[in-house]
Design a protein around this ligand. Structure first.
Ligand code: K7E
Ligand code: CUA
Length: 687
């Protein structure tokens, strides 16, 4: 499938900087006309090299796929800047282990500390990413998360009911009003026990519109009940098509077994076109019905840092047959995967993964076809527009297995081809292929900064590849996935850089670094965690029956208090640790011997986190700081004395060499009303 020459060339480019290699490429280049996209190693290196202390031009946010997280890379350097925990517990930050963040992973199924995250989506203003938030879908247990980009922290997760696989999500509308969620796997709605063979009769899909323009207030506006197909991807209209949303579907055959064959029968499947303003009008006119549903909305309080679960119980469902003009099907060859809308909003690109052409639909022709009722048939109350009546053009002989398309804002589209493992550049309007370049290997999504927006920044295309094989030093049978950066500023794509990724970054989005406004620390004065301490003297220990609360201050290079006595076997201990530093990137950690209930705590400056600890034997247990915070970090430690059950050892804590007895401790309590403790917040969590 790929020439040996290409492989050698790519390996050589990866080894950028060697004069011998550059010479070899130059020689190779002159004799191999298909290698016009090559740049010499030294040239490629200079274009991705960010000198020590200098910063990248773009932040790229990549989904972790089966890692459940988001990773942040600098472009063009490909340097990993951070991993943001989202759907999966993360021992590095204690995410989903500490009492404050555990509730974020609650769902109506219980505690689900993992997911499969595919599509990072930057919040937009007027169809252009604004750098405020990043949304990402959880595919396995349908959820949408919102990450705040001032703190690079997940702050909100909304579960999606009546969905059994949240793949076509969380694409945004240009005004930021909604993000969407479409079912990949149709199921009975409401879900109930029935025979799988009744798929065609009883299984349904839902397309969900979620209010997403206010932090902490994601809420389902309505769900559209659609035929039981697999809804794969989506994109909002923009410009001329503003107010519409497009979703691909496959398995219009409604197969329920051996889909690789049985769902590949139809010559064309559908892109669903939704007039969501029409949906709003129908809901306002009372044409939706309220259906019982059980799902969770989890939010982190900005000031306390503690998460809270709200269980919701209903959703508004709209049936297209009850709302004229809500929805149309555009026939699209064949099992389309991505659906991508060009910057003008006129062209809707269907990436039919089993098709030999890329079908591009025209929004203006779609409107005319609707007006002229140029329909083939009606499926479950949804008109199917004639293919010829909506088609703008077909990109022919481009490659095999088109998956996704992005745009450079200069009139060109870039499509990823999985089977032929390449990126193909073609011209909007004439549909002619103007360039192609191999990817190593088997590209899935591709990404241009702003490439699905109204105003792409262009400059680069990033290939997100599925198979890595021989690109790096071998690491056993499993290699991490790999990204490849191409310069697209000239007429030909030029491969600049390979770099490995974390998990499987299905999709990524990038934004100029100047649009991200990252905070340096949390103001301690604003810390409203009920167990926060503001000074070292606020630390202490208190008992409520079998529960012992310890309030600790962490500051270079000690804990206050540092010695604790009077705890007995049978107690449950909550260590509430506050990092009282007010300085950028001065982080402390907290871990205690024999802890089985959590990982550790990692504390940003000004932040409080709580670790639950159940001592199982009596003895002396050290605790210590896990983040090398100062020259005396190794001295940042303390001891807990655990006595046998019924012991008469008094509760005490040592602060600044003074051991404070029970009289001082009796006054110590949470700063909040009863029931507001993190432990109470976490009620219902599995531990
Ligand atoms: Cu193409 Cu989940 Cu967007 Cu993977 S998806 S590639
Ligand atoms: Cu604090 Cu190390």
């Amino acid at each position: 499938m790929r020439s040996r020459g290409r492989r050698m060339l790519a390996a050589a480019v990866a080894a950028a900087g060697s004069a011998a290699v550059a010479g070899a490429i130059a020689a190779c280049h002159s004799t191999t006309p298909t290698l016009t996209s090559a740049v010499t190693g030294a040239d490629a290196a200079s274009r991705v090299y960010i000198a020590p202390g200098q910063k990248d031009e773009f932040y790229a946010f990549m989904s972790g796929g089966f890692s459940g997280q988001v990773s942040v890379y600098g472009l063009p350097s490909g340097r990993l800047l951070k991993v943001i925990p989202v759907f999966s517990q993360d021992p590095q930050e204690g995410w989903g282990y500490d009492e404050e963040t555990k509730p974020m992973l609650q769902t109506s199924f219980g505690f689900v500390p993992w997911d499969d995250a595919h599509h990072p989506e930057l919040s937009q203003t007027n169809g252009v990413p604004n750098g405020k938030w990043l949304f990402i879908n959880g595919n396995n247990t349908p959820r949408i998360a919102r990450i705040d980009l001032s703190e690079f922290q997940t702050e909100e997760i909304l579960q999606i009911p009546n969905s059994a696989g949240n793949h076509s999500s969380p694409f945004t509308t240009p005004d930021g009003k909604y993000v969407v969620a479409g079912t990949r796997f149709s199921v009975p709605v409401p879900n109930h026990d029935t025979t799988i063979a009744s798929f065609a009769q009883t299984f349904k899909g839902t397309l969900t519109f979620v209010h997403a323009d206010q932090p902490g207030k994601m809420a389902i506006a309505f769900q559209i009940l659609v035929p039981g197909f697999d809804y794969d991807l989506g994109h909002a209209g923009k410009g001329v098509s503003d107010g519409w949303f497009f979703f691909t579907s496959y398995n219009t055959e409604q197969a329920h077994t051996k889909l690789e064959v049985n769902a590949s029968q139809n010559d064309k499947d559908y892109i669903a076109a939704i007039d969501y303003r029409r949906a709003e009008a129908c809901v306002a006119a009372g044409k939706g019905r309220t259906m019982p549903a059980s799902y969770d909305h989890n939010t982190i309080d900005q000031h306390s840092g503690a998460a809270h679960v709200e269980r919701l119980s209903s959703v508004i469902v709209l049936d297209p047959s009850q709302c004229d003009g809500l929805m149309y099907f555009l026939p699209t060859p064949k099992s389309p995967h991505g659906v991508d809308v060009d910057p003008s909003g006129e062209y809707i690109v269907g990436n039919g993964k089993l098709s030999s052409v890329i079908a591009v639909h025209s929004f203006s022709k779609m409107k005319q076809a609707i007006a002229a009722k140029a329909f083939d048939k009606v499926v479950d109350g949804i008109p199917v527009i004639k293919y010829e009546s909506v088609l703008a053009g077909e990109v022919k002989s481009a490659g095999l297995g088109p998956l996704h398309t992005e745009f450079d804002g200069k009139g060109y589209a870039y499509t990823s081809f999985f089977i032929t493992s390449e990126i193909v550049k073609w011209k909007l309007g004439t549909w002619e292929v103007v360039d192609r370049t191999p990817t190593y290997y088997a590209i899935g999504h591709l990404m241009i900064p702003g490439g699905d927006s109204r105003a792409p920044w262009g400059k680069y295309v990033l290939a997100l590849n599925k198979i890595t094989k021989d690109r790096y030093l071998p690491t056993g049978p499993i290699m991490d996935q790999s990204a490849q950066l191409y310069d697209i500023s000239g007429p030909k794509m030029q491969l600049l850089l390979d770099f490995p990724t974390i998990g499987e970054p299905h999709y990524a989005q990038a934004i100029p670094a100047t649009l991200i406004h990252s905070v340096k620390f949390n103001a301690l004065a604003q810390n409203a965690n009920p167990w926060a301490v503001k000074t070292e003297a606020d630390g202490g220990i208190t008992r409520q029956g079998k529960v012992v609360h310890v309030k600790l201050a962490a500051i270079r290079s000690h804990f206050s208090p540092d010695n604790l006595e009077g705890i007995t076997v049978g107690d449950t201990v909550y260590f509430h640790v506050t990092n009282i530093e007010q300085d950028w990137d001065i982080v402390h950690g907290f871990a205690v011997l024999g802890n089985t209930d959590a990982s550790e705590l990692i504390l940003a400056p000004g932040e409080t986190r709580t670790l639950k600890w159940i001592p199982r034997t009596s003895g002396i247990f050290p605790f210590y700081c896990t983040d090398f915070c100062s020259a005396l970090h190794q001295e940042m430690q303390g001891y807990v004395r655990v006595s046998p059950p019924g012991s008469a050892v008094a509760l005490s804590a040592t602060i600044n060499d003074h051991t404070l007895g029970a009289d001082r401790m009796a006054g110590m309590h949470s700063n909040a009303a009863p029931g507001a403790s993190p432990a109470a917040h976490a009620a219902g969590s599995p531990r």
